[in-house]
Design a protein around this ligand. Structure first.
Ligand SMILES: Cc1ncc(COP(=O)(O)O)c(C=O)c1O
Length: 428
């Protein structure tokens, strides 16, 4: 049967961004069964034994408690499982000195769902037919923002400016405030901090400046802290949440070892939270309560925050250092390669300036030497201009073994060097 789809049906049945590339990666791996690929594309976090144990212990505790039946055999309120909301409020109160009310927290089935709710509540067409934009103030950013709006034309990303350390082979994206137009036509802003794919962390002054621009128009700003503190604390530079009337702090427990349980947490103004909650009721009633109940335990005991800082963060930070040293050893100093400053998340982001081929062609070349990375162009959702830079980057996952990172980076360096040498600048 060929089902007839609506406009939204067609739009939503298409894979966007990195999900489209993942299809190619899976097909490659299946077609070459037996061949050993070094897969540096994964976004799935590593199963760390201490973290798995934490969730096992919390599950056992739940199983043996009188709460069990109430958790799995009952519906609950859409806002989320009350003990988890209470645990978050208490934890944030102690940690950041913020006094939150019970109406300021919403639990969603993963944070991707939260951005979908936010994008369609605040972005798209108003009753009067005005298009309200969802602005991503710093492109590149999370590929998942590419598919969240039912009116896709509402998504607009801003080109950044680049701070480049030529000698050190490092760079950093910074918001270009001359590009960041925020006005009555802006519905909301979203950015990830730390950022997937780049590992960038917008500094406090930058977040404050964005907030100052949005405040006069009462525009909500969703700060996606899927890699931020206090859990999973995958920040290698300070990334303390900022508070303000229009700032919505968004967490995910996926990178804290619970991606399968789908838990997102939004903390912010009660009126924003209520609208999102009502939308959630219409979509799915509420997030699963088993995951919420074990999360409540891990947050209440303090174990999740402690293990995030003592196990999760050092694990990926060491991988990042290994990748940086391996690339520096293998990539010649005279080539224009630049790693984004590693300030957080679980990826490295490599920019190959003036690369004679596109990132997609490089991805294909790397597959031929058994290395899989993600071409960068999937990470520029909403960028409406043609920017050659967006075809000169790669995302490299830090979830691989040490040996795979070392071998993979060695092969990548050899391939990239060969490509540059075959077509020196000025001859391409
Ligand atoms: C920056 C960022 N935000 C949000 C998400 C969505 O995560 P989840 O829906 O598992 O909470 C991801 C997933 O990789 C991400 O990298």
């Amino acid at each position: 049967m060929e089902p007839a789809l609506t406009q939204i049906g067609v739009q939503m049945s298409q894979l966007t961004g990195v999900r489209a590339i993942m299809k190619d990666i899976i097909a490659t791996l299946e077609a070459h069964q037996g061949a050993t690929f070094i897969n540096l594309s994964a976004g799935n976090p590593v199963i760390l034994p201490e973290i798995e144990q934490l969730w096992r212990d919390c599950t056992l505790d739940l199983l043996h408690s009188s709460e069990y039946g109430q958790v799995v055999c009952r519906y609950g309120i859409s806002q989320g499982y009350e003990p988890l909301i209470e645990a978050v409020i208490t934890d944030f109160g102690h940690r950041y000195g913020v006094q939150l009310s019970g109406r300021q927290v919403l639990i969603t089935p993963g944070s991707q769902a939260l951005y979908f709710l936010a994008a369609n509540v605040f972005g798209g067409y108003t009753h009067a037919g005005q298009l309200k934009e969802i602005v991503l103030p710093l492109s590149p950013d999370y590929t998942g923002y590419g598919g969240i709006c039912l009116a896709p034309e509402a998504l607009r990303a801003c080109k950044p400016y680049l701070e480049v350390d030529e000698a050190g082979h490092r760079f950093k994206y910074r918001p270009d405030f001359s590009q960041l137009q925020i006005d009555a036509g802006t519905g909301c802003l979203i950015f990830s901090r730390p950022c997937n794919p780049t590992g960038n962390v917008l500094c406090e002054a930058e977040v404050q400046k964005i907030t100052d621009l949005a405040t006069p128009f009462s525009i909500p700003i969703f700060v996606d802290a899927a890699y931020g503190p206090p859990y999973p604390a995958l920040n290698y530079t300070p990334a303390t949440p900022l508070w303000g009337d229009n700032l919505i702090h968004c967490l995910s427990l996926s990178k804290a070892g619970l991606p399968g349980e789908r838990i997102g947490i939004a903390i912010g103004d009660e009126r924003v939270i209520q609208v999102l909650e009502a939308f959630q009721t219409n979509v799915c009633i509420h997030s699963g309560r088993y995951g919420q109940a074990i999360a409540a335990r891990a947050i209440r005991s303090g174990a999740l925050a402690t293990l995030s800082e003592q196990v999760i963060r050092p694990y990926y930070f060491r991988k990042l250092q290994l990748l940086e040293t391996t690339l520096s050893e293998h990539l010649p100093d005279d080539l224009p390669w630049f790693l984004h400053r590693g300030e957080g998340a679980i990826f490295a982001w490599l920019w190959l300036r003036d690369l004679p081929i596109s990132d997609w062609e490089l991805y294909q070349r790397l597959k031929q030497v058994g290395v899989i990375v993600v071409p960068g162009q999937s990470f520029f959702p909403g960028l409406k201009m043609d920017w050659p830079h967006s075809r000169q980057c790669l995302r490299i996952s830090l979830t691989a073994s040490d040996a795979d990172i070392e071998t993979g980076m060695g092969r990548l360096a050899a391939t990239v060097t060969e490509i540059y040498r075959a077509s020196p600048p000025g001859e391409g």
